[in-house]
Design a protein around this ligand. Structure first.
Ligand code: ARG
Length: 585
């Protein structure tokens, strides 16, 4: 008996075949398999209900007829029962659990199984994408963390992923900034902390131009000169961007983020003309008060609120660049799908962007890639307002991660005071950063969430520390007994699971495939977090109830196998979320 990695996919295929064999009207049956509450088996199919409705017949007999046609393979692997008004419930048999776990003993085997989902597809993921000349702050956390996890999930499920950091490196802010750089730049401050100095200079430029229309005019001229390619302004601009990227890179390293491309807005400067021409020629845009705009008459708001694709002064804007970017991603990367991991407050922008790109590409006979705004809510402080420092400033991401590491150090020291200081520091950096990442990922991304140090850096509850600890504990079981995890010799001779603890854990383990599918289809990493948390809980129950290192070699082998697979899936899951793990904690 061997079942593929994706058990739900396997069951759906088998059910479709059985429905055909049972003579159901072709196309009337879509199996709809989901994992279910373990009391009702492991998986449940609800497709019979709709099919029965369409046929105008009672569902129970139809369900029974479908079950009677299920292949021998499926019946050998699952107890199958018809329940309620035509649900089909599947409970994995212990032998099937063992077969699945034996077939998936390494991350390569897990990945091979998972990779069927998106094989051959190219997904561009646009994430992090901060604006240059400013330090990253807490508002930049979610895009970076969620974007990285989503990219890893997609790559694991077989997609070719292009991770693209669409830096905001070309905007009106440069006029004021360059104006201030030319008059107030402090070289010593740049050497100390370039971004802090550029941030200060931007404020200087902004205040001065707001106070004095003459300065405003001068700043505008600096921008025009930059856009016209003036060498002095270009050099300054380059200097600002290089320093910004270096500062961002320090944060990305701590968060385990790697980009394939860093194509900022400026990269598209010479690519916007095609946007203007094609939109105008295709009759998609119109002129309004000197600007080139796109209305969407079919939309309740965008029929009167247009998307401006070229400002009345002839300049491009955020929307123009984003349109040029889609074309580039289609032509250059052959993107099948483009994800934008951006705050939900930009929802209108992306809705208009996708509508416009759809019409534009349809008109020009291009394939329209799937465009998705992977949106997320705001990080809130204890007062329920967007998280800020006590003085009302944005909290810098660097300070936030430093504080996480400090707080984790207290936790680690309390737990393991005898570890050398240096090791406690290293553990604390991984636990601290991981806690911030995990607290973010474990929330449904669409909602706002409350930032709480006490909840996130804790060994209790659905936290990074809890999972990292559970994982380190399993690693130590193997270490203590001189075994290497996943060693076939240690698992040889394992027989089917018997105790309730073993069976419950095995049932949870095989649902990893379904969790991956769910998290990837919805682009919601929190499903994976919840699963890992529950898995760690099942492991604890098993470990408390069933001794692993026992005399009987058969019992010992199957329990070691369960330990090894729990470890493998915890490692794989945390890696997919972008967390680093620990040998001990
Ligand atoms: N730089 C933008 C901001 O900070 C985010 C860019 C998101 N990506 C995009 N292609 N629009 O708001």
């Amino acid at each position: 008996m061997h079942l593929a990695f994706d058990l739900i996919g396997e069951l759906e295929k088998a059910l479709r075949a059985a429905a055909d064999a049972a003579g159901l009207e072709p196309g009337s049956f879509s199996p709809g398999v989901r994992t279910s509450d373990p009391r009702h088996g492991d998986f449940q199919a609800n497709g019979v209900l709709a099919a029965a409705k369409r046929a105008g017949k009672p569902p129970q007999p139809i369900a029974k007829a479908v079950v009677a046609q299920l292949s021998g393979d499926i019946l050998e692997s699952f107890e199958v029962a018809v329940a309620g008004p035509g649900f089909i419930n599947f409970s994995a048999k212990p032998a099937m659990l063992l077969a699945w776990l034996t077939a998936h003993r390494s991350s390569t085997e897990l990945a091979a199984g998972a990779s069927a989902a998106h094989r051959g597809e190219t997904w561009v993921v646009d994430y992090s994408s901060p604006n240059a000349a400013k330090q990253m702050h807490v508002g930049h956390l979610r895009s970076a963390v969620i974007g990285e996890a989503v990219s890893r999930l997609l790559a694991f499920t077989g997609a070719r992923v292009v991770r693209d950091n669409h830096i905001g490196d070309w905007g009106t802010q440069y006029g004021k900034l360059i104006w201030a750089c030319k008059r107030h730049l402090d070289e010593e401050a740049v050497a100390r902390d370039p971004i802090a100095e550029f941030e200060r200079l931007y404020k200087v430029g902004n205040t001065a131009s707001e106070a004095d229309p003459k300065v405003m005019e001068e700043a505008r001229n600096e921008l025009v000169k930059l856009q016209a390619g003036d060498p002095e302004n270009l050099a300054l601009w380059q200097r600002i961007n290089t320093a910004s990227l270096a500062a961002f890179q320090l944060i990305y390293e701590r968060l385990g983020i790697h980009f394939d491309e860093t194509l900022g807005e400026s990269f598209y400067n010479d690519k916007v003309t095609r946007v203007y021409t094609e939109l105008a020629q295709g009759g998609i845009s119109s002129q309004s008060d000197g600007a080139q705009v796109v209305f969407h008459p079919e939309h309740p708001r965008f029929k009167t609120q247009p998307m401006i694709v070229r400002k009345s002064d002839g300049a491009a804007n955020y929307a123009t660049t984003d349109l040029a970017t889609i074309l580039y991603r289609l032509e250059h990367f052959h993107a099948d799908c483009i994800l934008y991991v951006v705050d939900k407050r930009q929802g209108d922008h992306f809705e208009q962007l996708f509508l416009t790109a759809g019409k534009w590409f349809a008109k020009t006979g291009r394939k329209v890639p799937k465009l998705v705004h992977v949106d997320f809510g705001t990080v809130l402080g204890e007062d329920g307002k967007p998280l800020k420092t006590r003085t009302g400033d944005n909290i810098k991401l660097k300070d936030l991660l430093d504080e996480a590491s400090e707080r984790a150090y207290l936790l680690v020291t309390e737990k393991s005071p005898d570890f050398p200081e240096e090791e406690r520091r290293q553990i604390a950096e991984i636990v601290g950063t991981g806690s911030v990442q995990y607290a973010d990922l474990s929330q449904n991304r669409a909602s706002d969430y409350l930032f709480s140090w006490d909840k996130m850096i804790s060994l209790d509850g659905n936290t990074a520390a809890y999972l990292l600890y559970a994982l380190a504990r399993i690693r130590s079981i193997f270490r203590r007994h001189g075994l290497s995890c996943g060693d076939p010799a240690a698992e040889a001779g394992a027989d089917v699971f018997q105790t309730p603890g073993e069976i419950a854990l095995a049932r949870k383990l095989v649902k990893f495939s379904d969790t991956l599918r769910l998290a990837t289809e919805t682009l919601c990493p929190h499903f994976l977090c919840l699963y890992l948390y529950e898995l760690a809980g099942e492991f604890s129950s098993f470990y408390n109830a069933d001794k692993v290192i026992v005399e009987d070699p058969v019992v010992r082998a199957r329990r070691l196998l369960l330990c090894a697979r729990t470890l493998l899936i915890l490692e794989t899951g945390l890696e997919l979320l972008g967390l680093k793990t620990l040998e001990r904690m």
